[in-house]
Design a protein around this ligand. Sequence first.
Ligand code: NAD
Length: 527
Amino acid sequence: MAASTRPTERPQRPVESLDPATGEVWKRFETVTAQGVFEAVDRAKNAQRDWAGQPVGARVRIVRRFHESLYRRRHEIARALTRENGKPVAESIGSEIAIALDFANYYARTTPRFLRAPWYNAGALSMKRKRVRVSHEPFGVIGVISPWNYPFMLSAGVVIPALVTGNAVLLKPSEFTPETGELLASLFAEAGVPTGVFTVLQGDGSTGAALCDSGIDKIFFTGSVNTGRRVAVKCAERLIPCALELGGSDAAIVLADANVHHAASGIAWGRFSNAGQTCVAPKRLYVEAPAYDAFLAALGDAVRSLKVGAGGTQETDIGPMIRADAVTALESQRDDAIARGATIVATATKPDSNGSFFAPTVLANVPADARVLLEETFGPLLPVVRVKDADEAIMLANDSKFGLSASIWSSDTARAARLAQRIEAGSVVINDAVVIAGMADVPHGGVKQSGIGRTHGKAGLEECVRTKATVIDRFTSWRQAWWFGYSPAHDAGIDAYVRVAHSHSVLEKIRALPTFVKFIFKPRRPV
Ligand code: NAD
């Protein structure tokens, strides 16, 4: 389907916000039909023209007001995030709200400068008469399709730069975290975003698919590889751009000189926080042989001490997984590894409840063909592999269809930084993990099947705009030397230009100069 074709269709079932700690549905939201999605895009197109016409300072003020409202309402929003997603309140505040506040600050501060478009003189010798300006224009209406695992900060990290650069945005939150979408809508409305400029479209995958089929100008998709591929195909059919932030199976490499207790504690947090449901979590662990036993003992101690329970309960480290299906999928990956010879090194204790809990588990002796090393594991399960040296660790780290992020743990940070250059991933963190996806000024994104494009930082702004060049020739009656009126003298003049501009010999340049000057300044047969 090249152009968007309007669908007619029945309403979908409402989406439900379910507390994964209890299995209880606590809110329901009406969903939008495919026809409704198309209409929302039309409204956004109308609203976007005025929005883009405002000075950037006016849009920045709205982002600052969003920041103020979010700061003020942070506890209310954290409680809702915990209830809907399951993560501990400390993570709702620290890994969602604090990071969204950082995004708002960062883009409010940097966007005016980013959008500045000064005139400059063209560089090429033949273009010296010209002045140039490179400006950034909004795409128009941007569709943002979000996952449930960091539903607030990942959406905010794309929506804020899209809005502040002058786009209208339609956000399709995950059907598992609809309340988060509503909260974002209320915060942007409170901040003063005009009607139609930011709209939340509640629904499931079919709503996301309708958004890709509509008259949208660009899609930002964050989610699984399989869905990302479907989104990319739809965008290709309509010849619109998309940025894809997809799954990962990040390697963590622990070198022999690492502080094993520090590394075990950091990797335990990286892997198990958010109940292991983090795109950039360390999901495959490679430990150099001399550090292996001490590291595994420290990791085992760290994991056994984790408190698993409802995210709203104080002192809970690990909340439930998002749904019972996700637990079943992870159990199947764990059981496959055990059937192939892996052993359980340590587990934490999970509560006896109706919630979708999975006890954090560390596996050792994991064979290379185990699914836990080949597929993405999206839950609190960590396979550990002993390697003989850093070269083997890097070879195994790169032996993956994914390339989102990675971490290296070592006391020699200069060596670790050199090794990082050999890792096939969008980012590498040394002596920490996961944080990369929440650093407002650092680009985030993957290579291989982990995605296309970048979000966050300046790269995140660049993804929200089209680059437009304007070129002015300052002379209105002095013809360009290369316009029509071709002749042997013209050919000699063109060749003289190439010699002056590109010859590697200074003497040759000097020899060609008189013919070149004559070519530029001598009046010729006008055509
Ligand atoms: P998902 O692919 O199931 O769903 C993501 C979103 O896509 C949801 O809003 C869903 O409704 C929508 N969707 C489903 N089918 C669609 C279709 N055909 N067309 C358009 N939209 C459709 O992913 P998920 O389970 O929500 O998220 C988990 C995955 O996301 C993991 O693989 C994780 O690694 C990845 N992820 C990646 C990043 C990153 O930054 N790279 C961040 C977070 C999560």
